[in-house]
Design a protein around this ligand. Sequence first.
Ligand code: FAD
Length: 392
Amino acid sequence: MSTPSEAPPRPPLTHLADDETLLRDTVRAFAREQVAPVVREMDERGTFSAPLLRQLFDLGVMGIEIPEAHGGAGGRFFHAVLVVEELSRVDPSVGVLVDVQNTLVVNALVKWGSPELQARVLPGLAADRVGAYALSEAASGSDAFALTTRAREDGDHFVIDGRKLWITNGNEADVFVVFATVDPDAGYRGITAFIIDRGTAGFSVGKKEDKLGIRASSTCELIFEACRVPRTAVVGEVGKGYKVAIETLNEGRIGIGAQMLGLADGALGHAVRYTQERRQFGKAIADFQGVQFQLARAATEIEAARLLVYNAARLRDAGAPFLQEAAMCKIFASEVAERTASLAVNLFGGYGFVKDYPVEKLYRDAKIGQIYEGTSNLQLQTIAKGLLGPRR
Ligand SMILES: Cc1cc2nc3c(=O)[nH]c(=O)nc-3n(C[C@H](O)[C@H](O)[C@H](O)COP(=O)(O)OP(=O)(O)OC[C@H]3O[C@@H](n4cnc5c(N)ncnc54)[C@H](O)[C@@H]3O)c2cc1C
């Protein structure tokens, strides 16, 4: 038996440090006071409230990992996960806007951007500019590196032609991380990441999708027609965009795990409150053991999802490998979100099926967790590769 370690005991995964508790409580109050009142209207209109967007910047949650020298919060990835979880308890559309900004766009720039590019773009992202991350195309989703958007070298510029599909924040964004290939014959080794600003000649935002869920989150087509960008807009190195994409998406899917965790927790909260108020057969329906057991099972699944999400995020911040853990947290949290939202609809009875109550929206919102940032099958592929790959 080993002797007691001299090292300080590791805090439990779900134990929050003082700064984490403060952030969680601040964002929780913000979500309750500022987000909740506009959720239904944003969902019905399929638009994101402009004043709410401004408030998110004022709250300081749009540049969590941006260094303070560039106007950001100088925080950690785990902080972003907490913020996405809390916002998504009230509205997963707000959660994903903040998630893409932090875990994909800011993340790619902080890790891969040249000092000049960082100095040009990061202060705006912290202050008032929304970011979007454009990898997918009509014919390349799961097979993302089959993308065909082309970047042709022209002196100290690149000229970009092609179309991107499904781009979150497309409507609100000013800054786009765009993946294109400089050499289609080179396969993934041709892929290069660029920063392209809204308003650049030859770049336009196309059709916005009309969706089942997360309707306030815009999902748009991007069109590039002879769009000239300077070489200084390259994120990382020419031909190394695949690394930028793989590494940011590996981290980004922890954020989607957090979005789904928040959604599930929000749905359970509604169900717990409602079942204590709703009376049938002369008592609250929460007094029926059949209902209690359903709530207890959901709470257990949510706790398991939280452990997976927090562990993946804390591994990432510790610089430890987290690929399997990120895939596991995303697939599990998204399935728990769907099950919990479905249970909440059931427990609301007929009221669960109408828009006057919040759970039908959460049920619609849950579905996306199994699709974007790698479908569930792709997560299983990653997990299986780890299991069946070189002996551990
Ligand atoms: C609301 C929304 C927001 C999005 N936001 C963004 C964004 O901001 N940026 C961005 O770049 N993209 C975004 N996407 C795109 C998203 O990442 C893709 O839709 C997703 O990766 C799946 O690609 P696909 O739709 O082409 O489906 P496909 O890849 O065609 O998959 C269809 C089905 O086939 C299965 N499948 C495919 N390959 C395999 C395989 N090898 N083994 C087993 N099963 C397989 C999939 O699991 C899925 O069930 C968004 C999508 C949506 C719907």
